[in-house]
Design a protein around this ligand. Structure first.
Ligand SMILES: Nc1ncnc2c1ncn2[C@@H]1O[C@H](COP(=O)(O)OP(=O)(O)OP(=O)(O)O)[C@@H](O)[C@H]1O
Ligand SMILES: [Mg+2]
Length: 219
């Protein structure tokens, strides 16, 4: 699904933020990505989302070397990936419902075919009564849940989630984790970046730990 081969990454002339990363994200796998603030978790997710190129080594996503993918093919590949950004990136001029439905709309689906699914998922993440409001008036935790719903709605092949429970309380975090597990059971490879030890302790999943630019994996 995702394959890193001796990858290094530096921003501009700065030091290497990631060093000698060699690993695979298997199809249908579930893993946490952890490490201290500034360790490079977001950077690693950006490489996986093909929004950053490695400064050395190779990154392959869906079997394709990301440095050689033509620019015009990137949107199509990215549509196979659900992503929850650390800063949410909801579109402020669309309602919560419209934000979540966007991936389906972009794919050309008819609203009648997905309306109930979108509403059900919004209810599941506790936003049933926030569907018709614009993101600027949502709380941090509500925005986060809307961003999660948008990433999940189209059942992506890969889910990348950057601190997806950073703004919600513990019971809600557990509920969201259940949702990620359900998605994984349906076949999605899930990568969750988190500092939250109590979240990681809830399930026996692979742990990818970044420290000093290097990655260690515990199965
Ligand atoms: N656009 C950028 N330009 C220069 N340096 C950057 C840029 N983005 C990140 N960095 C640096 O790269 C390192 C890794 O940052 P990154 O955001 O990937 O860490 P993180 O593990 O996601 O941290 P956090 O847990 O705080 O979200 C940090 O030292 C950061 O300052
Ligand atoms: Mg980060």
């Amino acid at each position: 699904m995702i394959d890193f081969d001796n990858v290094g990454l530096r921003y501009g002339m700065g030091p290497e933020v990631l060093r000698d990363l060699t690993f695979e994200v298997p199809r249908r796998s579930f893993q946490f990505l952890t490490g201290p603030s500034g360790a490079g978790k977001t950077t690693l997710l950006r490489l996986m989302f093909m929004s950053l190129q490695p400064t050395r080594g190779f990154v392959r996503v869906f079997g394709q070397d990301i440095t050689t993918i033509p620019q015009q093919e990137l949107p199509k590949l990215r549509r196979r990936i659900g992503i929850v950004f650390q800063d949410f990136r909801l579109l402020d001029h669309l309602t919560t419902y419209e934000n979540v439905a966007l991936p389906l709309r972009v794919r050309g689906k008819e609203e009648t075919s997905y309306r109930t699914d979108v509403m059900e998922l919004l209810k599941w993440v506790g936003l049933g009564d926030r569907m018709n409001v614009l993101p600027p008036i949502l709380s941090g935790g509500e925005k986060q849940r809307a961003a999660i719903a948008r990433a999940l709605i189209d059942q992506p092949e890969i889910l990348l989630a950057d601190e997806p429970t950073g703004n919600v309380d513990a019971p809600l975090a557990r509920r969201l984790l259940r949702l990620f597990l359900e998605l994984n059971k349906l076949g999605t490879a899930v990568i969750i970046a988190t500092h939250d030890l109590s979240l990681m302790d809830q399930i026996d999943a692979r742990r990818m730990i970044l420290s000093g630019g290097r990655l260690e994996i515990y199965e």
